[in-house]
Design a protein around this ligand. Sequence first.
Ligand code: PLP
Length: 354
Amino acid sequence: MVTFNLDNLVRENIKALTPYSSARDEFKGEARIFLDANENSFGSPLTKWYNRYPDPLQWELKKKIASIKSVKPENILLGNGSDECIDLLIRAFCEPQLDNIVICPPTYGMYEVYANINNVPLKRVPLTPNYQLDLEALSESVDERTKLIFLCSPNNPTANSLLREDVEMILNNFDGLVVIDEAYINFSRQRSFIPDLQDYPNLVIMQTFSKAWGLAALRLGMTIASPEIIDILNKIKPPYNINQATQELAMKALDNLDDVNAMIKEIVAERELLTKELQELSLVEKVYPSDANFVLAKVSDALSIYNFLKDHGIIVRNRSNVILCEGCLRITIGTPPENKELLAKLKQYSDGVA
Ligand SMILES: *Cc1c(COP(=O)(O)O)cnc(C)c1O
């Protein structure tokens, strides 16, 4: 068992940082007249309360999310999309040019982008050909300056979940933070790692409202981890990173959990149908098993099929230039009529080529 010491992981300047103290931080009680934040006391052209700065720590919203996720509000940091969560983790723990992060391509591109923006060296340990973790290569690549390992499960763009025992192996043997991006967890056969937070102080989970919740436009992502890790991230986040409109709309959305679960069910059913029907097309060599709301399909000529679909108004993601995804298209699950149209166009393509 490794020794985990959060204090050793945080950058020195972040440890020493005095966070910005907003007017709302300094006065938290009830009052009749607020003249402390230079807001417009007369109101706003929209809903009346939009003249006021929002709650910097979004307690009301986090309480609601916490009860759904069976964690405490203190376990949650909300970000302007998970993308902000990724950036905050790298900035809190990685000294530019000195500390490094590890990613396992093919995977979500934003880990690399934020490492680059922050001038943090990146080590790439590719997945195995069946899209699982290469544990041996991972243990060789980790060094004493590795602060974060980013794992994505279900993984984008390969659509599969990582093996639970492999992830546990890393959690047990790495003394930096293991970040599991669960953006697609609601579509997965596997359960979330959230209940494992009690066992692993080095576990960090990211989820988002952009996929299953259907709220990509609101920009709301979350980091779920120990209160100690969340406190560090709270210290460096922009004070009002989640705007009032997003907080209100997300509160409303959370009252409609049943609707969301119904959509998830439909998407999963449609995913199984689309997988089966794609497999029957001659131009499809393989559809990889999916735990997400998209499928990865290896096709005869990815670029030409991509262009053909595009010319007919259907956009998919060409992933054929990505490592281990040669010849692959990533296709988001659409509505039943959208999927039918996609299949019809693919048939039309095969007929034209034949
Ligand atoms: C789509 C996606 C996200 C979501 O990012 P947001 O900034 O919350 O919209 C995060 N991680 C992965 C792997 C994704 O595919």
